[in-house]
Ligand binder design. Structure first.
Ligand code: NAP
Length: 372
């Protein structure tokens, strides 16, 4: 009999991408799937569902009928439902895109091109909570899989350029509305190629600083024509939570005891989809750029090494090139003038695919293999 799969959050950004990937890979053929919603209970369910209507995502009784629950609903939902469901005696698999359970000692982080053995071992040991890691962490580890496996990396200084869609569906719309706001308001000056560019610059800066009707509810400040070097809440030592996740989650995925140093500044930028990262690698030994490039390119089937020249970089090493694909783009590989044991690397990947949905759907396949 097929496993019963409860899918929660199919309407959100991660949920939509996961649904699409599961359809492409025909994953639904292996499960009896029921879709749940927090806000649209009783409305028609997607065509992949065994039931015509959406079930109530707050009903412990309904949830506990599932063998596997996959949640893309967000951390508040996991906080509210996971414990009561477990306390009710439910022993199914909880698979989650949210960060809530990531650092729990009972959970396993899933990124199978890097840690398939750890995932299988966790299944054998009875782990029931499997969680996708932070999007920039997954993308960084997939980009650096080769050098990490070879054990040549001492630490990574990572500066991120994170897309608006990292915040979810409503954040994407807010970025686009902000772009539209500026264009509509200043269309005459923007379209006038001979106009006074400084006057336009002053007007836009004034809007970014003071316009009370600028769309900024989700990000807290204008993102269009701007950037925001703060993501999530504050933790200790002046770090943000997004920056803190870099080291703790990377080490947990790799099964290391915090021996890989990772730190840097996480920045929200006006890209729509796909996160980019500028990485400085401190190496344990001297490795040439060619050797590093080979280690990166040979690591797994999803890496594309981009040649370090302008033409290839602006064509292939961009959010526009990576979005909607499973390609992990890695380029700008060069030694740094700071020290012979430091390398510069730039990477871009789709944070909704490898950074969120893909590791979760691939975990479902590993679970099926394990149960076969
Ligand atoms: P999201 O787009 O905001 O969707 C989450 C839920 O919000 C939906 O399932 C939906 O639930 C509800 N919702 C309310 N208004 C909506 C609207 N206008 N359009 C669509 N959905 C709406 O969030 P998300 O980006 O998918 O993130 C889900 C979880 O994944 C979060 O924990 C996030 O941290 C994590 N994550 C996200 C990314 C990313 O790149 N976005 C990457 C890795 C991990 P109902 O249908 O029940 O109302």
């Amino acid at each position: 009999m097929a496993l019963k799969l409860g899918f929660i959050g199919a309407r959100g950004m991660v949920g939509r991408v996961l649904l699409e990937r599961m359809r492409q890979e025909k994953d639904f053929e292996h499960f009896d799937t029921i879709f749940f919603s927090t806000s649209q209970v009783g409305q028609p369910a997607p065509e992949d569902s065994c039931e015509e209507k959406l079930w109530d995502a707050h009903s412990i009784e309904s949830l506990s009928q599932m063998d596997v629950i996959i949640s893309c609903q967000g951390g508040d939902y996991t906080n509210e439902l996971h414990s009561p469901l477990r306390q009710s005696g439910w022993k199914g698999y909880w698979v989650d895109a949210a960060s809530t359970l990531r650092m729990s000692s009972d959970s396993c982080l899933v990124l199978d091109p890097i840690n398939k053995n750890l995932i299988k071992e966790s299944l054998r040991n009875g782990t029931l909570d499997f969680v996708g890691s932070n999007c920039t962490v997954s993308l960084m580890l997939l980009a650096l899989a080769g050098p990490l496996k070879e054990g040549v990396v001492e630490w990574v200084n990572s500066h991120t350029y994170q897309a608006a869609s990292g915040g979810g569906a409503a954040h994407m719309r807010e970025l686009l509305k902000g772009m539209g706001y500026l264009y509509k308001k200043h269309q005459n000056l923007i379209d006038d190629d001979r106009g006074d560019i400084l006057a336009l610059d002053h007007l836009i800066s004034e809007d970014l600083r003071n316009a009370s009707d600028f769309p900024k509810e989700k990000f807290g400040a204008p993102l269009a024509a701007n950037l925001l070097p703060w993501i999530d809440s504050a933790v200790e030592m002046g770090q943000t939570r997004e920056e803190w996740k870099g080291m703790v989650e990377a080490n947990k995925i790799l099964g290391l005891n915090d021996s890989l140093g990772v730190d840097g500044t996480c920045v929200r930028v006006g890209a729509l989809r796909s996160h980019s990262q500028a990485l400085t690698l401190k190496l344990k030994k001297s490795v040439s750029a060619d050797e590093l490039e080979k280690m990166i390119g040979d690591a797994h089937e999803w890496v594309d090494v981009v040649a370090n020249n302008k033409e290839a970089t602006i064509k292939d090493l961009t959010p526009a090139a990576a979005s909607g694909t499973l390609r992990i783009k890695v380029g700008r590989i060069r030694p740094m003038k700071l020290s012979p044991d430091m390398m510069n690397v730039f990477t871009v990947g789709d944070q909704l695919l490898w950074g969120a949905a893909e590791p979760l759907r691939r975990f479902l396949r590993i679970l099926l293999e394990d149960k076969a």
